[in-house]
Design a protein around this ligand. Structure first.
Ligand code: PEP
Ligand code: MN
Length: 365
C-alpha cells in the first residue's frame, strides 16, 4: 500500500472542516476535570477531545496517567459533550482497551514513533479497525522514521492515517520545548501532499505564550489542523502545566487565528502571482546557471591542485569565503545564516567535485 493513497482529511467523515481542531487536557486526571474541560471545549466547536490515559514520562515517579480507570470515564464524557475522544497508545494492549472503551481517534506518541517494533505491534493490533490514527513525529529529526511509522499504520489497512508535527528534541536550549524544524514537515508535505498534517503547538512551545504564534504559522503553512492542550485549571494540571491553556484562552486563540486558503479565485491575485512566479522561475534558472559556471571554475582549480599536489580542502580559503559571503549578505539585507548555510553546501559540493578529479587517474588539464 502506498502512503500517497491515504485519505485526505476532508474525506475522513461528513462535515470535516479545515482546520480540524483536537483540544483537551494533557492527561485525564479525574472524571470532573475531564468532563468540565470537555463541556467548555464543546462550546468552542472543536472537532474532538484529547486526553492522555497513559503518559510516557521521561523519568520514573512522575504521574504516569490514570490508565484503564480513566477510560471508564470516556463513555459518559462522550455522551455528555458529544465530542469524539482521542488518546495516545503505546502498545497493542493500549489499542485493545482504548477501542473497547470507545476511543474514536488514536495517536502514537513521539517516544513510540522512534521504535519500529512498537509501531509494528500497534499496527498489527489495528488490523480491521477503521478509525483515524495519527502519528506524531519521532523525538529525533529523522523524516524516514516518521514516514516509516506512517507507512506501517497505513499498511495495516488504516486509511485515515495522519501526521502530527510536535517538534524535535535537541540538546541545545531554545525558546521552544521541542524545536519545530519546519523543513521536516515541509518535506513530508512535498512527498505526501494529501496526507493529513496537524500541528501540536503545545509540545513544540512548552509554554502558553507560544501557542498562538506556532498555531498561526501552521495555518500559514496550510496544515490541516491543530491539536492543542487545554485544561480547565492549567496551573493545577498533573502534567505539562505550563503549556496548557484554559478553554477561555483557547477560544481567544481560535478566534484570533487567521485562516487562510491554499488558493483563491480572485483573478487579479492569480495573475499577479503568476507574473511574480515567472520572475522567480527566471531568477532560479540564473541561479543554477551561475552555480554551474562556478562549478566549472572550481573543477579547473581541482585540476591545478592535482598537478601541484595541493590539498583539496584549504582552511584559510574556506574561512575567507565563509566570512566575506556573510558580510556581502549583511550589506544586502539578506540573512547571514541563510547565506552561510547555502555556502556550506556550495563549498561541500566544490570539495566533492575536486576530490573526484584529484582521485581520478586521468587529468583533464
Ligand atoms: C502528549 O500529547 O501529551 C504527549 C505526550 O505528546 P508527545 O508524544 O508529543 O510528547
Ligand atoms: Mn502533554
Amino acid at each position: 500500500m502506498d502512503l500517497k493513497d491515504a485519505l485526505p482529511i476532508n474525506k475522513w467523515g461528513k462535515n470535516i472542516k479545515k482546520p480540524f481542531v483536537i483540544a483537551g487536557p494533557c492527561s485525564a486526571e479525574t472524571p470532573e476535570q475531564l468532563l468540565s474541560t470537555a463541556l467548555e471545549l464543546k462550546k468552542l466547536n472543536v472537532d474532538a477531545l484529547r486526553a492522555g490515559i497513559w503518559k510516557p514520562r521521561t523519568r520514573p515517579n512522575g504521574f504516569e496517567g490514570m490508565g484503564i480507570e480513566a477510560l471508564k470515564w470516556v463513555k459518559d464524557v462522550k455522551a455528555e459533550s458529544g465530542l469524539p475522544f482521542a488518546t495516545e497508545v503505546g502498545s497493542a494492549l493500549h489499542v485493545e482497551v482504548a477501542l473497547k472503551y470507545g476511543c474514536d481517534i488514536l495517536w502514537i506518541g513521539a517516544r513510540t514513533t522512534v521504535n519500529p517494533f512498537s509501531v509494528q505491534e500497534i499496527a498489527d493490533s489495528l488490523k480491521g479497525v477503521d478509525i483515524p490514527v495519527l502519528v506524531k513525529n519521532p523525538m529525533n529529526p529523522d523524516i524516514n522514521l516518521w514516514i516509516g511509522a506512517l507507512e506501517r499504520i497505513h499498511n495495516a489497512g488504516i486509511s485515515k492515517v495522519g501526521a502530527i508535527h510536535r517538534g524535535f528534541s535537541s540538546f541545545e536550549k531554545t525558546k521552544f520545548r521541542n524545536t519545530p524544524n519546519w523543513q521536516i514537515p515541509f518535506e513530508l508535505k512535498r512527498q505526501f501532499p494529501d496526507l493529513a498534517l496537524l500541528c501540536d503547538p503545545s509540545h513544540i512551545g512548552g509554554t502558553r505564550d507560544l501557542i498562538f504564534d506556532i498555531s498561526q504559522r501552521a495555518l500559514d503553512f496550510d496544515y490541516d489542523g491543530l491539536i492543542i492542550e487545554s485544561h480547565i485549571n492549567p496551573d493545577e494540571a498533573w502534567s505539562d502545566a505550563s503549556q496548557q491553556v484554559t478553554p477561555a484562552r483557547l477560544a481567544e486563540i481560535l478566534s484570533e487565528l487567521k485562516y487562510k486558503t491554499e488558493s483563491s479565485d480572485n483573478v487579479e491575485f492569480i495573475s499577479q502571482l503568476e507574473q511574480l512566479r515567472n520572475k522567480i522561475n527566471n531568477i532560479d534558472k540564473d541561479l543554477i546557471d551561475t552555480l554551474a559556471q562556478r562549478m566549472i571554475i572550481s573543477e579547473k582549480i581541482g585540476e591545478y591542485k592535482k598537478v601541484n599536489s595541493v590539498t583539496t580542502y584549504q582552511n584559510d580559503r574556506w574561512i575567507e569565503i565563509f566570512n566575506t559571503r556573510k558580510e556581502w549578505a549583511r550589506k544586502l539585507n539578506v540573512s547571514e545564516e541563510f547565506v552561510a548555510d547555502i555556502f556550506k553546501l556550495v563549498h561541500e559540493e566544490s570539495v566533492r567535485k575536486q576530490e573526484e578529479i584529484i582521485n581520478n587517474e586521468i587529468t583533464k588539464a
